[in-house]
Each structure stands twice: as C-alpha cells, then as structure tokens.
Design a protein around this ligand. Structure first.
Ligand code: ADP
Ligand code: MG
Length: 522
C-alpha cells in the first residue's frame, strides 16, 4: 500500500490532505492518481463511498494553472452532487488560487453568467444547464484541458447521454478525459471508446472476505445527530469499553475532544502520534484506565489490541476488507463480540456492499431511548454507592455527616451529596435528564430513484399505486414524488425506503421494467 507522498502529488496538495486529515489513499486513489498526473485518460470503476471525488480532484488541482482561465469541466448528474463536488474542489484547492463554480438548473441563469464572465478555472455542472450555456454562448469550452465525467452510470440512468455527447463535441479535442462510475454498463463503455484517447482502465472491485462470529448491528444516523446517538448507545446499555473507528485523523481528534468534554474516559490514536504515545494509549485501554480508544484504521493496524467486547464504526469503512479487519478485533477465542456501525443515508449502499462481500447481515438496531439512558445511569450510580458502602472506612466523612445532621435532615444531607457527585460524574443533573424529551423520532426521508417517468406515461397516482402494492408500504409512507421525463424521484420514510430498495419489483409500466434504487444525492 502506498502513501499519498508516493503518488506524485505536489507539496501544496499534500499539505491540504494533511489538513483534511486523510491518513492514506483509498485503493481507487492509489491507482488513479499517478496515472492522471501522467496526463493519461482514465476510466475508473469503484463502489460508492470509495473516495472517487478526491481520486480526480487532488491530481486535478495539481494539473491546473492559476493563470490559465477556464481549464476543467466536471459533469455530474444532479444539482446536489454538483454543489457537493464544487465544495470539495474548493477544499482541495486550499493552497492554490483557483476559482470554481457550480452550474445547475433551478438557479437563476443570470447569476451564473455573471460568475462565468468574472472568470473561473473549474466549472462543475449538470449536463442540461451546461448545454443551455453553450447554446447561449455564455460558456466557451474550446480551451478546456480536463473533462471529468463523474457518476457516469447515474448520468446514463437519468438520460443525460445525448447531452453529454453534445457537450463533448464543443470541448477542445486536445484534452485529458476522466470517467468515474460505480458500474460500467455497455453504453458508458461506448461513450468512453468514442470520446477518450487510449484510456487506462482501472477497476477496484471489493474482495470477498469472511467475517467472524461477531454480532453485527447498524444504526441509521445523520451527520447532525451522530454524536448524540453514539453517546446514547454507550449510556443506555451496559457497554463498559470498546474500540471506536473513525475515518480521518481529524475526526478522531474531534470525537476524542467531544467525548472527553462529556465526561467519557477516552483517548485517541492516529498516524500523527508517535509510537510511544500510541503504545501508551493502548496499554491504558487494556488496563482499563480509559474505557474507549478512538482510532483510525492505520493507527490500529498491526497493533496488539484484541479481545475487545465492542467495536464501533463511528464512520463506516470504505470497503469490506477494512470492515472485517476492524470487527475482527472482537469476538475472539469463543467470546461474544458486538460490532455497531453508524450509517448515514448516503452510505447505505456501502453497507449493502459490505454485507454482500462478507456474506453476512447487519441487524438494524433501535435508537436508544432517553428513558433507558436514565435508568442505566441511575443503576450505575446506585452500584457505585453500594460498592462504596461495602468498602466502609468512612472515618472523617461520617464525622461531617454527624455534624450536618445536627441542623439538617439526614435524607437531605444524603440527597445533596448525591446531587453533587452525580452531576460531577455524568455532567448532567438527574432531574434534567428525567425531564429531557425524547426527540420526535426523526422520520428521515429516503430518496428513491425510479427508472420510469413522463415519457412512459406514468402519473403520480401510478407511482403511489405501484409502491403501495408492496407489502408493508402505505400511502402515508410516501412524502413526495417528482416526475421527470425519463425518471422519477420519490421521498419515502426511512423504513419504507429500506424495504423498497430490497424489494424486487416484477412490474412493467408501458413495456418498461420498473427498477427502484437509492438516489445518490440524499
Ligand atoms: P465516491 O465518489 O467514490 O462515492 P466520495 O468521493 O464521495 O466517494 O468519498 C466518500 C467519503 O470518503 C467522503 O466523505 C470523503 O471525504 C472520504 N474520503 C475520501 N478519500 C479519503 C481518504 N483517503 N481517507 C479517508 N476518507 C476519505
Ligand atoms: Mg462520487
């Protein structure tokens, strides 16, 4: 496995990566980056969530010249992805003076025209709107040196292939073209053949791996409620200790800081700490001096941390092998181990992929309730007190109680002492905890992509009829339907969404077989 330094990236980009906190390249990045830096066309295939954006984004930043005006065009299927990728490009260009703009439908075109006129280096856009600008002659692609077709299979699904072909006709022929996709249908290969110059084919497919006898759970979270959910899991159960994996060095540091502030006994390890620090943290963890060790994959690799009761994936790993490696640290030698993975909606495909390649299932876990947190803390606290009572030897403490009891009620003396200790121990008052409201369970919406639309004469009513024909799906599970020409987006609640993407529909609408998938941009 190579390091970022070995891939040929410049100091500026390496410094940016350091700042973002990526510890090592993902497999697709390791393969793609050197080839792109050599100036070759590339067709790259890797699963969702494997870091394809940075695979082209980081070398692209190195290739671009600050003074050369518009040089790069990145095409993406949806507005959300265009905004997201433009944001990533800005992050990668931290130490270079490059300007990017996201160009997509639904935003006033005048504003985009003004931005384009002011001069940008990178245009990140959706095919329809880019074509619109080309027709209005408000965008000139004749000096473009780099074209990136990202999420190519989704662009195909959404019927953008003709638009892409028209756009490519307007682009300077002397250019480098890069195509990224999770799958490689024949039509994508055909586009590549027609518009690319002897492209290097790179495909990183996950390997099949076997998983030990660990009990595997997952819990749906959002970026916003992740920390809160995680601490509830720790609090609402009798989990005493565990190993927690994060994806970047920065996220290890942030999680350590947050958990320490909340009163948990944790330490972090990652590649920026020297070996002594790491070994020290690990031995503290093994000796029970700290309860949780937060680590990146790299820091945990090759270290002797085994026989752990719980492994948490605070961030889901990027491939099945890393997953197996992480959770293999629990459930050794006939003991039972538990692995809990937190998954955000857009990572759900990655979870499915891991399940497929490990040939095992993760069981959905219920969101812990505040009521359980309350009970668990009260029980822990009571045990702390009774243990202390059985240890005895109160000495001077008894004297204080006697003195206070002369003027106060003994019950009140005890309650006051408990209050002080509890608040110190748990960073929250017991009365406050009791009164805390259960958050209205966020009925998160799931965005689904259906491959039928207006051109198949589908109406919203047809879509509702179709979805509710699936067992367990009711009308009020469906929040919103957007029909387009060749496809439809449907927002449904989380449970319904999960059910639907796992259902094989055997339905045709006007001759077209209906397919349901999780939309990318959620
Ligand atoms: P894809 O386009 O392959 O679906 P993305 O480019 O959106 O995947 O990346 C998925 C996630 O992985 C993002 O949160 C990104 O910040 C993160 N990521 C990318 N490269 C690395 C890396 N080398 N180390 C850790 N995290 C990474
Ligand atoms: Mg992507």
């Amino acid at each position: 496995m190579k390091t970022f330094e070995e891939l040929g990236l410049s100091e500026k980009v390496l410094k940016t990566i350091e700042g973002i906190g990526y510890e090592e390249p993902t497999r697709i990045q390791e393969e793609v980056i050197p080839v792109l830096l050599e100036g070759k066309d590339v067709i790259a295939q890797a699963q969702t969530g494997t870091g394809k954006t940075a695979a082209f984004g980081m070398p692209l930043i190195d290739l671009l010249k600050e003074e050369d005006g518009l040089q790069a065009l990145i095409l993406l299927p949806t507005r959300e992805l265009a905004i997201q990728v433009a944001g990533e490009m800005r992050k990668f260009a931290k130490f270079k003076r490059l300007k990017e703009v996201a160009i997509y439908g639904g935003q006033p075109i005048d504003r985009q025209i003004r931005t384009l006129k002011m001069g940008v280096n990178i245009v990140v856009g959706t095919p329809g709107r880019i074509l619109d600008h080309l027709n209005r002659r408000t965008l000139n692609l004749s000096k473009i040196k780099y074209v990136i077709l990202d999420e190519a299979d989704e662009m195909l699904d959404m019927g953008f292939i003709e638009d892409i072909e028209s756009i490519l006709k307007g682009v300077n022929e002397d250019r480098q073209t890069m195509l990224f996709s999770a799958t490689m249908p024949a039509q994508i290969k055909a586009i590549a053949k027609k518009h690319m110059k002897s492209p290097v084919n790179i495909s990183v497919m996950p390997k099949e791996v076997t998983v030990s006898t660990v009990k595997q759970y997952y819990l749906n979270v959002t970026e916003g409620n992740k920390l809160d959910t995680f601490t509830k899991i720790l609090d609402a159960s009798d989990i005493q200790s565990g190993l927690v994996f994060c994806r970047t060095k920065k996220s290890v540091d942030e999680l350590v800081e947050s958990l320490q502030a909340l009163g948990y006994s944790v330490e972090g390890i990652h590649g920026d700490y020297n070996q002594t620090h790491r070994l020290n943290a690990i031995s503290k963890f093994k000796d029970g001096v700290i309860d949780f060790l937060i680590a990146t994959d790299v820091a945990a690799r090759g270290l002797d941390i085994e026989n752990i009761s719980h492994v948490f994936n605070y961030h889901i790993p990027e491939n099945a092998e890393a997953y197996v490696h992480r959770i293999g640290r629990t459930g050794r030698a006939g003991r039972t181990g538990v692995a809990i993975t937190l998954v955000q909606p857009r990572e759900f495909k990655l979870l499915k992929m891991i399940e497929q390649y490990t040939k095992s299932k993760m069981v959905p876990m219920a969101m812990p309730k505040i009521k359980d947190v309350y009970e668990s803390r009260v029980n822990k606290f009571k045990k702390l007190i009774t243990d202390t009572i059985s240890e005895g030897k109160f000495g001077e403490y008894s004297v204080i109680v006697e003195q206070l009891a002369e003027e106060n009620d003994v019950m009140e003396v005890c309650a006051a002492a408990l209050k002080l200790v509890f608040e110190k121990e748990f960073k929250v008052g017991l009365n406050d905890l009791k009164e805390m409201k259960e958050e209205a369970h966020t009925n998160q919406s799931y965005r689904l992509f259906l491959n039928v639309g207006r051109e198949h004469n589908v109406t919203k009513k047809d879509i509702i009829k179709l979805l509710t024909s699936v067992k367990g799906i009711a009308g009020n599970d469906i929040f919103d339907i957007d029909t387009f020409n060749g496809f439809t987006f449907v927002n449904v609640n989380e449970e319904a969404g999960r059910k639907l993407i796992n259902t094989k529909l055997n339905v045709k609408i006007n001759g077209k077989k209906v397919n349901i998938a999780l939309a990318k941009n959620k």
